[in-house]
Structures are given as structure tokens and as C-alpha cells.
Design a protein around this ligand. Structure first.
Ligand code: ATP
Length: 401
């Protein structure tokens, strides 16, 4: 269990509470296309309203890189949050975030009111954890609550710097839930514990592979990263995505699995095509071959049918499953079969199923399996760093119980 002060441990009646949320939602033409992160933030916001706090929300959205970019304004979030909460969320549209609008809006707040500040990354100091902006944020509030799991792996003003200048800082329900689910799954799993890793590159997940090998009973590898492992086994992988600088690393991991007596599953067959689909959802001609029979001029773009069945079987016998990264180029329906098969096996099991955020979360939701999972993380990078066994600065910065 997380030993940090939570919103249940603090008294916010009549106090100004700055809440760092993760409202980094995808927008298209000013419309929010996936509001999971907004919905996930509601329990903490509702709790602070009910307790009579003056609730000042802040978040980043996208990467405006220190400049006010209208297409990355949090204005649409304020509108949708007002609807979700059933009360006005007043938007303080200051390009410098803590400006005249924000100060006036906060000064006018009554207990239970909600204000949303502008995108914290409109300020260049935000991602540098600069002192001045951290102090400005702190000057707005009496209490700070961090509920932004998606940014917890970063040390920025709005989640780390600000804690140095407030008397009380705590974590919100979402942060608590994320750490409890991911932490329990990895450090105290009901066994067998099966970890599934996919996605594009081995290099992105070196420490995750190594850490999870120590913790799990079976490690399943799919996606683009599988081909570096297959090459490390001495197989021809054609024009598939390969990182030649990580071949030795893959060998090391295979040795490590053997020494630890862990199962490391690699694709036994693979779906191949002449080239990467362009555009990504283009109709392409594919075939399935054994992993030791990939022609030199072909590219592996998904796990094969036999592999999908093998992985689904491994999931069936598990009590805990953690999954991060798609099994193939799932953006293309023809190459999504492996990812769908694995998602389906997770949806059908009674085991505890945890989805690390990012593309795997998107895939699971897109495929309609979202409500069948025990927990879908709201943070891609943050959940990965957690799976690496790293401490997350955003969590560390909150006060202990
Ligand atoms: P995030 O980092 O957002 O959490 P993730 O960890 O789930 O995402 P990534 O490492 O970003 O996953 O990789 C996802 C991408 O990998 C997808 O866009 C997918 O198309 C691509 N991919 C999967 N399999 C292959 C493959 N065999 N060849 C090339 N690309 C692949």
C-alpha cells in the first residue's frame, strides 16, 4: 500500500486546494475524443468539493513547449468537466497560467467551487521544475493534491516543485489506485504471474524486461520488439524492425530467464508483408510463416495465429496478468489480430488483469474490452517506469502519512 498522505487524511474545509490532474486528453477540432482521463479524475474532485474545499485544478495538455498555443488550451476540458461534475468549472484563461484571471477567480471562490487553470506547459519553466513558477502555483493554495499519475514519472513545477512551497501535500484517489494496482500486481502478485510486453522497440523497454523477468513466472514478448529476440536466437527476420545494438541484451535476457527458471515466450509464427502499410491502415497482403522461415525480403508485422493461441493459453492459466504494448501494428485491422486475440484472452479470464497505459490501453478500449479489465492505467510512460521498478518523482514528492 502507498504510504503517502491521501485526500482522506487532510482537512480542506474552507481551504484553497490546488489539484494537479492529468487532463492530457486527445483533442480533434476542439473536441475531446477520449475522456477516460477526465472521468478517472472525478472521484478526487468530488471528494474535495464535498469536503468544502475551494478546488483549483491544473494540468498540462500536449506539448506547447512553453508557448501559449490555442489548440492546446484547456478550455474544452473546463466545458466537459462542468457537464461531468454537474456544476460550473470556471476556466481561468491566463496565457501565463497564474495571471490576473486566475488570481481573481481564486479570490472569488466559495467553498465547493471549482476553477481550472490554463495549460501548465504554456510556461517554459514547467518542464524544468523552475522555482518561480512553482512558487506562483503554490501562492494560489493552502493545500496541494497530486492526482496526475500520467505525469508522475516527471519532476515538473506543477507536480514536484510546488510541493516545496506548500505546507500540506497529498495524493489523490487516482494516484493511489494506480500505485496500489500496479504495485500489488508486480510486487505481490497472485501466481502464476504472466507479463506481456509488446510495442515497437526493445530499447524502450530494456529495464522493464529485466525487472519483470525477476518478478513474473512467464514473460511473453510480441510486437516489433520480438524480432530482435528472434535475431538473437540466430533466426532470419527479413526486413522486420530490429535493433542490432540490442542483440546481446536480448541474449542476456534469454540467459537470465533460463537461470531464474522463468518461461520466456517468443512468437513461434509471424504475420508478414512486403512492407510497412502506408498509410498505416492501408489494405495489405499478408501471410503467416513460422518464425524460422521469414523470407529475407519480408517484414514481420504481427504475431501469427499459432502464437496468438499459445499466448492466450498462457493467459488462461495465469492468476495475474500485466500487459504493456500491442502485439503488432494494431492500427491496421489486418495486423490487429494478434493484439485482439491477446486482449480477448485477458477479457475472458478471471485473473487480475492490468493494462499499462499508452497504446495497449487505447487498443483494449478501441476493441471494446475496456470494462473487462481489472485496471487500465491512465499513464503510459509512468506505468512503464513503475514496471521498471523506478520511484516516480511525482509520488515521492507528496508527504508521507
Ligand atoms: P506507449 O509508449 O504509448 O505506452 P506502448 O508501449 O503501448 O505505447 P509503443 O512502444 O509505443 O507501445 O509501440 C506501439 C507501436 O508499435 C504501435 O504503433 C504499433 O504499430 C507498433 N508495432 C507493433 N508491432 C510492430 C511491428 N512488428 N513492426 C513495427 N511496428 C510495430
Amino acid at each position: 500500500m502507498l504510504n503517502k498522505k491521501s485526500v482522506d487524511d487532510i482537512n480542506v474545509k474552507g481551504k484553497k486546494v490546488l489539484v494537479r490532474c492529468d487532463f492530457n486528453v486527445p483533442l480533434k477540432d476542439g473536441k475531446i475524443t477520449d475522456e477516460n482521463r477526465l472521468v478517472a479524475a472525478l472521484p478526487t474532485i468530488r471528494k474535495l468539493i464535498a469536503d468544502g474545499g475551494k478546488v483549483i485544478l491544473c494540468s498540462h495538455l500536449g506539448k506547447p513547449k512553453g508557448e501559449p498555443k490555442p489548440e492546446m488550451s484547456l478550455a474544452p476540458v473546463a466545458v466537459r468537466l462542468s457537464e461531468l461534475l454537474g456544476q460550473e468549472v470556471k476556466f481561468a484563461a491566463d496565457d501565463n497560467v497564474v495571471g490576473e484571471n486566475a488570481k481573481a477567480a481564486v479570490a472569488a471562490m466559495k467553498d465547493g467551487d471549482v476553477v481550472l487553470l490554463q495549460n501548465t506547459r504554456y510556461r517554459v519553466e514547467e518542464t524544468k521544475n523552475g522555482e518561480a513558477f512553482s512558487k506562483e502555483l503554490a501562492s494560489l493554495c493552502d493545500v496541494f493534491v497530486n492526482d496526475a499519475f500520467g505525469t508522475a514519472h516527471r519532476a515538473h513545477c506543477s507536480n514536484v516543485g510546488v510541493t516545496q512551497y506548500v505546507e500540506t501535500s497529498a495524493v489523490g484517489y487516482l494516484m493511489q489506485k494506480e500505485i496500489d494496482f500496479l504495485g500489488n500486481a508486480v510486487n505481490n502478485p497472485e501466481r502464476p504471474f504472466v507479463a506481456i510486453l509488446g510495442g515497437a522497440k526493445v530499447a524502450d523497454k530494456l529495464n522493464v524486461i529485466s525487472n519483470l523477468l525477476e518478478k513474473c513466472d512467464t514473460l511473453i514478448i510480441g510486437g516489433g520488439m520480438a524480432y530482435t529476440f528472434l535475431k538473437a536466437k540466430g533466426l532470419e527476420v527479413g526486413t522486420s524492425l530490429v535493433d542490432d545494438t540490442k542483440i546481446d541484451y536480448c541474449r542476456e535476457m534469454m540467459d537470465k530467464a533460463e537461470k531464474l527458471g522463468k518461461k520466456l515466450l517468443l512468437p513461434v509464427d509471424t504475420t508478414i508483408a512486403k512492407e510497412f502499410p502506408n498509410p498505416i491502415d492501408a489494405e495489405i497482403e499478408v501471410s503467416v510463416v513460422k518464425s524460422d522461415a521469414i523470407p529475407a525480403d519480408m517484414m514481420g508485422l504481427d504475431i501469427g495465429t499459432e502464437t496468438a493461441a499459445l499466448y492466450a493459453e498462457a493467459v488462461k492459466s495465469a492468476k495475474t496478468v500485466v500487459w504493456n504494448g500491442p502485439m503488432g501494428v494494431f492500427e491496421n485491422p489486418i495486423l490487429a489480430k494478434g493484439t485482439i486475440a491477446v486482449a480477448k484472452s485477458l477479457a475472458e479470464t478471471d485473473a487480475t488483469t492490468i493494462i499499462g497505459g499508452g497504446d495497449s490501453a487505447a487498443a483494449v478500449n478501441q476493441l471494446g474490452f475496456g470494462d473487462k479489465m481489472t485496471h487500465i492505467s491512465t499513464g503510459g510512460g509512468a506505468s512503464l517506469e513503475f514496471l521498471e521498478g523506478k520511484d516516480l518523482p511525482g509520488v515521492v514528492a507528496a508527504q508521507d502519512k
